[in-house]
Design a protein around this ligand. Structure first.
Ligand code: PGA
Length: 257
């Protein structure tokens, strides 16, 4: 059965000291509110700013549920790319996931589906897990074109992968209109798109791969609505922005399954 994941995306929030405090608080709360699932069945990810990654990786080492994600990486192994960070460097400090294709990166940093295909490749080459974000704008949904849009994002960034490679990818569906807005997709809207994503995976890679793929929901998912979202058949957890910055909220979400 596919793994459930609750991943926090801190975005550009928390200093190193604040991040350490948050991770320690989450660990303390998790020790008291242990999830029903085993660490093989449920993963908890901290998507921290780069400056916090190495320390965060040290802090999570002693807890089998926990791992760390970078929020971006570059497409090259090393070299003259001022300001960028290579996947090998991320891996070397003990980080095992990289979030890519977040709508904020697509919008503010011009990340294209083609560039994300290169990022997926280099992440997999280094043996890390890509958490690949996709999702539509409100206008696209209102025009009824959101399924085509999401399909194209997935096809252009992921469908060059072999079935074996694809088996290492986590997908996060994040409708842009729900991110940071307080407007969550309804359970019907989330389930409908998640089921659609799984159907295109069945068509491309077959039922087994599709069935094993973790598909997260993101966009104003919080302690109050996580339970009903996670109860949807094809929603395997969440990518959590704002609510991942508060330890108790994040742990409530983690224990919502
Ligand atoms: P939000 O962000 O939970 O604050 O809406 C989610 C995300 O952007 O990953």
């Amino acid at each position: 059965m596919r793994k459930k994941i609750v991943a926090g995306n801190w975005k550009m929030n928390k200093t190193l000291a604040e991040g350490v405090q948050l991770i320690n608080e989450v660990k303390e709360l998790l020790a008291k509110q242990t999830p029903k699932q085993s660490p093989a069945e449920l993963g908890v990810v901290f998507g921290t700013p780069f400056i916090t990654l190495a320390t965060a990786a040290e802090l999570v080492k002693d807890n089998a549920y926990l791992s760390v994600a970078a929020q971006n990486c570059y497409t090259k192994e090393s070299g003259a790319y001022t300001g960028e960070t290579a996947v090998g460097m991320i891996k070397a400090v003990g980080v095992s996931n990289v979030i890519i294709g977040h709508s904020e990166r697509r919008e503010y940093f011009n990340e294209s589906n083609q560039m994300l295909a290169e990022k997926v490749d280099i992440i997999l080459k280094n043996g890390l897990t890509p958490i690949f974000c996709c999702g539509e704008r409100l206008e696209t949904r209102n025009e009824g074109k959101h399924f085509d849009w999401i399909k194209q994002q997935i096809e252009e960034s992921l469908f060059h992968l072999s079935a074996e490679e694809f088996g290492k990818v986590v997908i996060a569906y994040e409708p842009i209109w729900a991110i940071g807005t307080g407007v969550t997709a309804s359970t019907e809207q989330a389930q409908e798109v998640h089921a659609f994503i799984r159907s295109i995976l069945v068509a491309k890679y077959g039922a087994k791969v599709a069935d094993d793929t973790t598909i997260l929901y993101g966009g104003s998912c919080n302690a109050a609505n996580a339970k009903e979202l996670f109860a949807c058949a094809d929603v395997d957890g969440g990518l959590i922005g704002g609510a991942s910055l508060k330890a108790q909220d994040f742990v409530t979400i983690i224990t919502s399954f």
